[in-house]
Write a protein that binds this ligand. Sequence first.
Ligand SMILES: Nc1ncnc2c1ncn2[C@@H]1O[C@H](COP(=O)(O)OP(=O)(O)O)[C@@H](O)[C@H]1O
Ligand SMILES: O=P(O)(O)OC[C@H]1O[C@](O)(COP(=O)(O)O)[C@@H](O)[C@@H]1O
Ligand SMILES: [Mg+2]
Length: 343
Amino acid sequence: MKIGLLTSGGDCPGLNAVIRGAVLKGVISHTTEFVGFRWGWRGVVERDLMPITRHDVRGLARQGGTILGSSRTNPFEGEGGGPENIQRMLDEEGIDAIIAIGGEGTLTAARRLYDEGGIKVIGVPKTIDNDLLATDYSFGFDTAVEIATEAIDRLRTTADSHGRCMVLEVMGRHVGWIALHSGMAGGAHAILIPEQPQSIEQICEWVESVRERGRAPLVVVAEGFTLPDMTEAHSHKGLDAFNRPRLGGIAEMLAPMIEERTGIESRATVLGHIQRGGEPTAYDRVLATRLGMAAVEAVYDESWGNMVTLRGTEIKTVSIAEATGSLNTVPQSRYDEARILFG
Ligand SMILES: Nc1ncnc2c1ncn2[C@@H]1O[C@H](COP(=O)(O)OP(=O)(O)O)[C@@H](O)[C@H]1O
Ligand SMILES: O=P(O)(O)OC[C@H]1O[C@](O)(COP(=O)(O)O)[C@@H](O)[C@@H]1O
Ligand SMILES: [Mg+2]
């Protein structure tokens, strides 16, 4: 059995741990050979691959990023794209199956390749935002929450020194899980997420009540948050490779609005890709390793078109369609719970 691994879409800490988990499981429990496609689907379409041995995955559990590289290439486009060309390439390379590690875009592409051309593919869910419904958590999210929480702790001491309001912007295009968890962990005085538009008046009310108690207000905002009069999330950095607006900058918009209305000197910090870089937490290493191992088992079970997933504490296999159908949004009850701590 020869398996091709790829990592696609936005990276996150734990991708390398998945690769290592898969390779060790395949080599130790079976006699699997592995190759890696470089730069996600681009490596599939352009036949850019490299062998991966047990030696190559030494020490990889703690290494951030992905040794294979990632991109936003569409596997249905280009000269080598589409299921027929891909199957021919796999046959010529003697590759029996693909394990695709990626988010909803990558997994949708994987599912289409299976549905439309019978490509033998297994998915591994990846999302730093934790926005995939089919898995309770994905690796990378815990690391991002740790990094954002540390940022809140650090902002708090400098905010206290000056009596300033700090607005921290974290990732979260469609869902506010990173903001919710880091905000709760760090004791933020307001958490602003895409699922819950809030007026500037309400935000300022929270900020002022914090000041009245003699504290320096700390607001955490997800990049996809909107004020009620905004029709889409704040973006001023153009489009990404898949023609979606690059988000970012909502904190820089909110901080002066808060300062103007409350008279409290305010500062914005955009955490950006620092949330996605560096070493994964122990939790993410373990989760990623288990998902990588389970993906190899799914290959041997011929569970094509499916993905591995965390349900409670168990790793299961589910249809990729389940992962890509709708988003894992923050439920109202979780926001209401956090809201008790605002102001
Ligand atoms: N419906 C689709 N059909 C084919 N390819 C897709 C589809 N949706 C996304 N992709 C491909 O998968 C790539 C990765 O998706 P993207 O959303 O950028 O990252 P992620 O996998 O992290 O969600 C996209 O650049 C695109 O080329
Ligand atoms: O800068 P990039 O690579 O385009 O990615 C930024 C986007 O990726 C995200 O981190 C989402 O990533 P996930 O697919 O891993 O959830 C968004 O929060 C952010 O808008
Ligand atoms: Mg995506």
